[in-house]
Design a protein around this ligand. Sequence first.
Ligand code: SAH
Length: 254
Amino acid sequence: MIHFVGAGPGAEDLITVRGKRLIEEADVIIYAGSLVNPELLRRAKENCKIYNSACMTLEEVIQAMEQAEEKELTTVRLHTGDPSIYGAVREQMDILEKRNIAYDSCPGVSSLCGAASVLNLEYTLPEVSQSVIITRAEGRTAVPERESIRAFAAHEATMVLFLSAGLLKAVEKQLIEGGYAPDTPAAVVYKATWPEEKFFLCTVGTLFETAQKYQITKTALIIVGEVLSCRNYERSRLYHPEFTTEYRKGKEKQ
Ligand code: SAH
């Protein structure tokens, strides 16, 4: 059995209880060495075989899994954040299916949420933005044209960019050309929840300059949108005294 497990954004205690148990029980762990906190591996059994997938190809990862399966061992494939976001898990799962190897998934705290916690941020403020666009700049991996940053920027919604810290000159240009005003609030959050975490508040027009100044080129999220600074939002309907819900009867308007 293979368990795909989300390791969380960095801090050792931001893994789920289930994920921690799976690590403790695993015979084999294949972890994404570039971004998974190695402290998590201290929970592994003494005789657990540990691979760092940063130095492996997909084929080698699958081979390690198959070898474990032949011996009827339990494998944890440990991915950073939540495996469903830029986790390259589908390609592994498809091969496992073809080879009749059983697998399941255990979610993790994405850096999307880790970064919000660093900033005490609510991505979705009533009347400001009710949507979060999760995307990335085009790098070696192509992004479909209909999903270009320029196209998404037209919504002026909250946007979170993964895998883009080294491409901010182009990102900044596309964000502005697409529709965000250059003075729209923005943030660069580096290694959210790790001990070396840093964050910088800036604007869309100063994203590149900010990342350059503080030498942030990777392991950062770029957050864009009025939610970063807006205090002019509508209060929630759910907690409004006049609002009736399944659990609470609202008071009539005086
Ligand atoms: N599955 C992961 C994302 C993997 S893609 C998740 O859910 O978080 C790798 C990218 O995620 C990095 O380039 C960076 O943009 C972002 N990232 C991962 N961990 C991060 C962290 N602790 N702080 C900021 N960004 C992070």
